[in-house]
Design a protein around this ligand. Structure first.
Ligand code: OGA
Ligand code: NI
Length: 336
């Protein structure tokens, strides 16, 4: 528990040595919030929304949605809940604490395996599965006492929104309705807390990465998230009632490269702590079928771009790539 950044960082005047990133991994110059990144109103005309989402997925691999069906009250309440959770006294978090990210519900710090890292990230993370609910809720935190009830209701609403948006993406690509029903079946939450940092030029919240899943929906209360596009970093505006939607590797592959995945990172902040609430959809580690570009998107003028694979293999390669920085991306060995 002593390892959690939130348990020792309050009031520290400088960044400890093992949190100082090597220069090439630091945030660099301050990046402004970008007005380029689309904010899409899901209550607009459906065909217009389909086109806006398609364009955003092709150009950015990331967009924000408003009027998405999850109520403002629910979003505000859940943000309060997670702030409360991360700020609880250490004793109240012992039940879920783990020294590294694990399979069930775990509260851990920095990356997936603190002990193996040379340099750590300035964040704590609470991660757990969400679907089917009854399989997962018993492992969730029991404090704050409303956690299971409230996060359970939220997970159901985010799932409805998630599949609505996956259908809109499918429609834009010309796929049949429900194409992503199975591929998006698995649902997990990764909730991050980034305490105040005395020197954001040295420490990072989370390094540059692309999510390995299908699609991610994120709520955030402060600035810190950035997207890499054409070699430049763009800052993502925190909008309290919006979800940031970012595409993972699986969607890039299944769309046969028609959509891009989002390379992103989180910088630290010296004036405000930041909480993010992420819901990840994907095929799940034990997905039994081969994953490959949708047949409908493979034509003579658009040949198959990626080979087929089992998710298990892909994930093993993904983690191997993270451990060998500088050796390209996991997609390199999946391109045909
Ligand atoms: C992640 C991630 C962003 C954030 O957990 O994969 O990119 O804002 N999180 O915490
Ligand atoms: Ni991510």
């Amino acid at each position: 528990m002593a390892l959690l950044v939130s348990s020792w960082s309050n009031g520290v005047q400088s960044v400890p040595k093992d949190y100082v990133m090597p220069p090439e991994k630091r945030a660099g110059d301050f990046i402004k919030i970008s007005k380029e990144i689309p904010v899409i109103n899901l209550q607009n005309d459906r065909s217009e929304v389909v086109q806006q989402i398609l364009k955003a997925c092709q150009e950015f691999g990331l967009f924000q949605v408003i009027n998405h069906g999850v109520s403002d009250d629910m979003m505000a309440d859940i943000m309060v809940l997670y702030n409360e959770f991360f700020n609880m006294p250490v004793e109240d978090k012992l039940g879920v604490y783990a020294e590294k990210s694990g399979k069930g519900c775990t509260l851990y710090t920095s990356g997936l395996d603190y002990a193996k890292e040379k340099v750590h990230y300035w964040k704590d993370t609470l991660k757990h599965g969400c679907h089917p609910l009854e399989e997962h809720t018993p492992s969730w935190p029991d404090k704050p006492t409303r956690y299971r009830e409230e996060v359970g209701r939220y997970s159901i609403e985010v799932r409805k929104m998630g599949f609505k948006i996956l259908d809109l993406i499918g429609e834009g690509l010309g796929l049949s309705k429900g194409h992503f029903q199975e591929l998006g079946h698995d649902q997990a939450m990764v909730n991050n807390y980034y305490p105040l940092c005395p020197d954001p030029s040295l420490a990072m919240g989370i390094g540059s990465h692309t999510d390995p899943n299908l699609i991610t929906f994120l709520q955030q209360d402060q600035y810190g998230l950035q997207l890499q596009k054409d070699g430049k970093w763009l800052g993502i505006e925190p909008i309290p009632n919006a979800f940031v939607v970012n595409l993972g590797y699986q969607l890039q592959i299944i769309s046969n490269g028609k959509l891009r995945s989002a390379q992103h990172r989180v910088v630290t902040n010296s004036t405000a702590a930041r909480t993010s609430i992420g819901t990840f959809f994907g095929p799940g580690q034990n997905y039994p079928a081969l994953i490959e570009p949708a047949k409908e998107l493979v034509t003579s003028s658009s040949p198959q771009m990626f080979k087929s694979y089992l998710l298990k293999e892909f994930m093993a390669d993904y983690f191997a790539c993270i451990q060998r920085p500088g050796s390209g991306t996991v997609l390199d060995s999946y391109r045909l």
